[in-house]
Ligand binder design. Structure first.
Ligand SMILES: NC(=O)c1ccc[n+]([C@@H]2O[C@H](COP(=O)([O-])OP(=O)(O)OC[C@H]3O[C@@H](n4cnc5c(N)ncnc54)[C@H](OP(=O)(O)O)[C@@H]3O)[C@@H](O)[C@H]2O)c1
Ligand SMILES: *[C@@H]1O[C@H](CO)[C@@H](O)[C@H](O)[C@H]1NC(C)=O
Length: 318
């Protein structure tokens, strides 16, 4: 009997501890005006991106879902319109695993849309494989595609009175490594031989997202554009869709008990989009609706600068 009570107590304590740390919830309180403003959200058809699109559309923004699958995007748009009453949500084709697609997206966007106020680099994946241009898929989609997209849209963002760029990272960036030699040799960060399948490559790409934002903020000094990287929390989405069955057996029960729902998972992104007065924090990493400290490797000036220059070359910008 005593053991049973003790067991229940310990489980309860661990649960409370987890809910207060790794799975902590937060709430965006920002009130920045969104009507008349245009937002691009990459991968806005599901998960955190869709929840973000829902809120921004509800606040009157013109929302462009930059997605690779038209059918999925259109079904998300009809959900968003039904819930928010907005009629200003549109689909534009973007496949981040193709630099050609990124270029054609920006060409069409810049011709069709007179303004851009907020770019949310949300799309991301954990998967195995290569992009159209031969890069490791996580480096290519999570970092390089968004790098090129952002660079090609910067001039339009600078015309906005207060443009912002938000890039989804993850706490997984802590386990990331940037190996420039491997990048040159393999078109991927790392050796390609990972103990935990493609998880290491995911962490590497998420470290790129933090370093990209760090360097971008410097390059944006003196403009009205600011930028932020985000850990959304651990959120129940389709992100684990390519994870193997035996890993899912472990993830699913925890997910059911503890993972945040996508609306809660969108709060830190929304904070970076809507909170007034965070401009002095440009370049920083946010989670739980607040700027957080990162380790030295995630704010290394020299590595961030080199990653930027290498990315310019790899994406064909120079
Ligand atoms: N869920 C978490 O716990 C968690 C934690 C930390 C960080 N994050 C980050 O949060 C972001 C959103 O993830 P999520 O959890 O909402 O995952 P999700 O439900 O899997 O959504 C990912 C989105 O990215 C899109 N996408 C993937 N590859 C693409 C490509 N090549 N071109 C264009 N779009 C592409 C997907 O489109 P399709 O539907 O067509 O595949 C989907 O819309 C990601 O950057 C992820 O790394 C998530
Ligand atoms: C940048 O911000 C300043 C101060 O808010 C404002 O006066 C100026 O018009 C803005 N620039 C643009 C391009 O909107």
């Amino acid at each position: 009997m005593f053991q049973l009570v003790l067991g229940v107590l310990v489980i309860g304590l661990v649960y409370v501890l987890l809910v207060e740390t790794l799975f902590k919830k937060s709430q965006c309180k920002g009130k920045r005006e969104m009507s008349g403003r245009t937002v691009i959200i990459t991968g806005g058809n599901t998960g955190i991106g869709k929840a973000t699109a829902m809120e921004l559309a509800g606040r009157g923004a013109r929302v462009i879902l930059a997605c690779r699958n038209q059918q999925k995007a259109e079904s998300a748009i009809s959900d968003i319109m039904k819930v928010t009453g907005s009629t200003d949500v549109v689909y534009m084709q973007l496949d981040l695993s193709s630099l050609r697609s990124v270029r054609s997206f920006t060409e069409i966007f810049l011709k069709a849309e007179p303004r851009l106020d907020l770019l949310i680099n949300n799309a991301g994946l954990i998967a195995d494989g290569r992009t159209e241009d031969g890069f490791g898929i996580e480096f290519g989609v999570n970092h390089l595609g968004h790098f090129l997209l952002t660079c090609l849209l910067l001039d339009r963002l600078k015309e906005s009175p207060e443009g912002r760029v938000i890039t989804m990272s993850s706490m997984a960036h802590r386990w990331g490594k940037i190996d420039f030699d491997a990048l040159v040799a393999n078109k991927d960060l790392g050796t390609g031989r990972y103990s935990w399948q493609f998880f290491q490559a995911y962490c590497n790409s998420k470290l790129c997202n933090v370093l990209f934002t760090h360097e971008l903020a410097k390059r944006l000094k003196g403009t009205n554009v600011t930028c932020y990287s985000v850990h959304p929390g651990i959120v129940k989405t389709e992100l684990s869709r390519h994870v193997s069955l035996w890993q899912k057996v472990f993830i699913e029960p925890v997910a059911w008990l503890l993972f945040l729902d996508p609306t809660t998972g969108a709060q830190t992104t929304l904070h970076c989009a809507l909170q007034e007065g965070i401009e002095p924090l440009s370049g920083r990493y946010f989670s739980c609706c607040a700027a957080q400290d990162v380790s030295a490797k995630a704010k290394d000036d020299a590595v961030a600068k080199k990653l930027w220059e290498v990315s310019e070359r790899l994406s064909g910008l120079c």
